[in-house]
Design a binder for this molecule. Structure first.
Ligand code: GTB
Length: 219
């Protein structure tokens, strides 16, 4: 059964691939699975039909037959469990790949989101500029630790896995800030992720939504 995911009809990132549908698209492309996309306006995301799928009124969601999921970590894990290519067969290696998925969203993404959302939600507060170096240093701490662990390796634990997919997706959010370039090991790691054919297909698909919106004059 072909799954349907939801994505922004008008992504605020203007097709840069920073919204979270991108990680789900990427996982489906790595797994070689076709999928359909239902585009959502910000208004529709807060209406009962969508809230029944996603209690927080966000994208992406994932529907496949009777199954409806929200939360990208859970969606990518579901895809990785059911299709080859994203989780190793060896039980211990599989557990470590899952560990890296959690590390991406629970340890590395937290300070990055503080930085990314802070600008919108707190940017006009008197203390914003004063707090910013502290927020950035928290990110740098995590990036330094991650960079040390990755070292000369291509991926976090052997072959490319869902752990790398989630970690690269999280790190990509930093790209516009230039902070990633302070950590050449991580910049190269992210670039390896972005060069994967599955990533490129996913990126093109989400960018096409933006391009079509521009052509139709809806932006
Ligand atoms: N933890 C959830 C998950 O991983 O699935 C978080 C989902 C989430 O934050 N969804 C966002 C959303 O629906 C879109 S991706 N926001 C609307 C709302 O909450 O009302 C976050 C995002 C938004 C914009 C950019 N950007 O413009 O660069 C990047 C990422």
């Amino acid at each position: 059964m072909t799954p349907t995911i939801t994505a922004f009809a008008q992504s605020p990132d203007r097709g840069q691939g920073l919204a979270r549908d991108m990680r789900v698209r990427w996982a489906l492309e790595e797994a070689g699975q076709p999928y359909e996309v239902r585009l959502m306006s910000f208004k529709a995301m807060k209406e009962p039909a969508h809230l029944a799928l996603h209690p927080f009124g966000q994208i992406p969601t994932y529907e496949e037959g009777d199954l409806a999921l929200f939360e990208t970590g859970a969606i990518v894990f579901h895809i990785a469990e059911r299709h080859a290519g994203l989780l190793p067969a060896d039980a211990n290696a599989r557990a470590r790949a899952i560990m890296w998925m959690f590390a991406a969203v629970n340890t590395v993404e937290l300070p990055i989101l503080d930085f990314a959302y802070g600008k919108f939600t707190e940017g006009k507060k008197s203390w914003y500029e004063e707090r910013l170096p502290l927020v950035k240093d928290r990110i740098r701490d995590r990036l330094g630790q991650l960079s040390t662990r990755l070292g000369n390796a291509e991926w976090l634990d052997g072959a490319f896995s869902a752990g790398d997919l989630m970690m690269v997706s999280v790190l990509l959010r930093l790209k516009p800030s230039g902070m990633l370039d302070e950590f050449p090991v991580l910049a190269a790691y992210v670039a390896r992720g972005e060069a994967r054919p599955a990533y490129l297909r996913a990126f093109a698909a989400q960018q096409a939504v933006f391009t079509a919106g521009e052509a139709a004059g809806t932006r």
